[in-house]
Write a protein that binds this ligand. Structure first.
Ligand SMILES: [Zn+2]
Length: 174
């Protein structure tokens, strides 16, 4: 069960969104918890759950009734897992983008840059092993005098490993 909610921020604990149902016209609106917290903080209005509830009116133009039923709607564990998974996939593919772009930098340009280091760190938990990531970094920090001194192969191995491990790697990187 939801338990006692005192503040809007308590909704974080139960991973809940806010549902406003108009008692007059029946209009239902879902509000993202974080958007609402930001809104209240910005306007320096109360985060007290009862105050927040009292302030949420019907948004349907032509109604705008203050008579609403406001409730915290916890996401199911499946939804939470799905959101987490989506965020993870986006992060992983962004890191791959950084590494692919870096692998194609001309030899005159530095490869061992902070963005590359960050991307390698981001990918570590997904890779299961440090080996290929370390090889990529070793090449990145070494002086590269020839066109064949690049990370194309290491990049390909990183992408293939992630595919093998069942991650949703973008088609661009396969
Ligand atoms: Zn209404």
């Amino acid at each position: 069960m939801v338990g006692a909610i005192k503040s809007l921020t308590d909704l974080r604990r139960i991973e809940a969104a806010v549902r406003v149902t108009c008692k007059k016209c029946g209009h239902v609106r879902m509000i993202d918890r974080e958007v609402l917290i930001k809104h209240c903080s910005f306007h320096r209005s109360s985060l007290d759950w009862e105050d927040v509830r009292a302030g949420l009116w019907c948004w349907r133009s032509g109604c705008l009734s203050r008579n609403t039923h406001v409730e915290a709607l916890p996401f199911s564990q499946d939804e939470v897992a799905l959101r987490h998974k989506r965020a993870e996939t986006i992060l992983m593919n962004l890191a791959l983008r950084v590494l692919k772009d870096a692998a194609y930098r001309p030899n005159s340009e530095a490869m061992a840059t902070t963005d590359v280091r960050l991307a390698l760190r981001v990918l570590y938990p997904y890779m299961g092993s440090r080996d290929t990531l370390t090889r990529y970094w070793d090449i990145a920090v070494s002086s590269r005098f020839h066109a064949w001194q690049n990370c194309h192969n290491e990049f390909a191995v990183i992408a293939a490993t992630l595919v093998d491990r069942g991650y949703a790697v973008d088609a661009d990187f396969r």
